[in-house]
Design a protein around this ligand. Sequence first.
Ligand code: BES
Ligand code: MG
Ligand code: ZN
Length: 498
Amino acid sequence: MDFSATANLKSRKPSDLLILPFFILKGKVKAAADFNDSLAAFNIPIDAQDFKAGQGELQLLYVNHKQEKRILMLGLGDGTSLTIEKLRCAYASAAKTCHSKKVKALSLLLPEISSLSPDDIVRGVTEGLLLANYSFTKNKHATIKEQPRNLIHSIALIGGNKSALSIAKKSKLVCQGVYAARDLVNGNADDITPQHLGAHAKQLAAQYPSIKTKILGLKEIRKEKMGLLLAVSRASAVDPAVIILEYRGNPASKKVVALVGKGITFDTGGLNLKPTGSMETMRSDMGGAATVLGTLQAIAALGLKVNVVGVIPSTENSIGSNSFKPGDVYLSYAGKSVEIGNTDAEGRLILADAIAYTIKRYAPSQLIDIATLTGAIHIALGPEALGLFSNNDAMVEALDAAGNDTFERVWRMPLIREYRDSLKSDIADIKNIGMRGGSAIVAALFLEEFVGKLPWAHLDIASTAYYDEARRYHPKLGTGFGVRLLVSYLSRQESKKL
Ligand code: BES
Ligand code: MG
Ligand code: ZN
């Protein structure tokens, strides 16, 4: 997607379609920018009464201008209560019209909204268009029929101030990180293996000098004695990997934020096999890994002044005659023994080893893990918010601010100490499952055992990483949820000189 900018309607270049924004003010449709003169020239009968300029309302006009043959009237509703998110949604619906009309070159007059800064207006408009302008095309073996094939190639921003173009370009870099995460989730599990995730990380390192990668293969994982990752990976035909990406955006600081992403490339459940109906979407169980890769790509492209280490433990959770077994005890990297109560609670196992390894090797000042960890978080929160668990109020506050900013909403869940007892084992230090009630909390409590006192946040994205149906500007399937959140969070850390 290429962005360009031009000062006013008069100076606009030819395009396939021009979007004009409208408000509803005291029951009357009004131009949402100063183009009333042009409206008269365009001869648009806005008092024709059927276009009400409601939020996201669309009206396509065929015109005979030398610059375009189509105008899309876009309603923004009540101009006094507009938010960035409402802009994202409105421009995402405009993008869908563009797709159906095969619009390649788009022009749009930026709205003027008194309650939002010019930069936020551009961010809302461009993010909505970019997030909706996605099509999964990387799958070698299949096409996803419902997806638009006619993506918008260029957008000319009309009006706006000097920084409009640079804000649009930043949106693009962030959304490219989201696309990368979506592509990784959408790809066949047979293609998106631990080795593929490793190769993806290496590509990022080749593209950005600020990123370095290190990949632990089976031999190194054995040498490091990551007993839990090894147990989960035993029945898989492909080797596990631990993928490490180091981003140095602030060499003057020793502080490092760790991002640990669950990379189960397919979750059969293991010997506690998932039933039909629960396994079909389990290629998305590396959604946390995809978020970490997408986030590192975006912050490197933006050049954020922070230091980040991304760590991705990755394997298939397969089933076979050499599967790890319920009832057996395995020794974790941290030295704690773990009784397997259920092989389908594998995410917390590989995360436990990765978290302990990350703390030992990289001594981060804070750690965020992100994982499609529990079905229970879906029951609790549904598809519009992720579950946030943390031992640190300052992190929660900043994540909450980032969630409101990006509308990748977070909802803090409690770490109820009393539930820890249910993880007690008679034969090991801890068991990997506990009580059924509150099992998203129990999973977080298990992870906390490997975090210790370090400032930590756990993001359970099991209900947000993958959608059965399109929502707002997210197409169905992989969403890339978490990338924009973490980019916003990390840019908040920039000012704290981390
Ligand atoms: N990968 C699943 C969690 C999941 C469920 C992600 C639905 C996306 C959609 C995870 O490994 C799992 O199976 N968790 C179990 C844990 C249970 C055995 C304690 C669960 O949530 O049922
Ligand atoms: Mg599982
Ligand atoms: Zn899983």
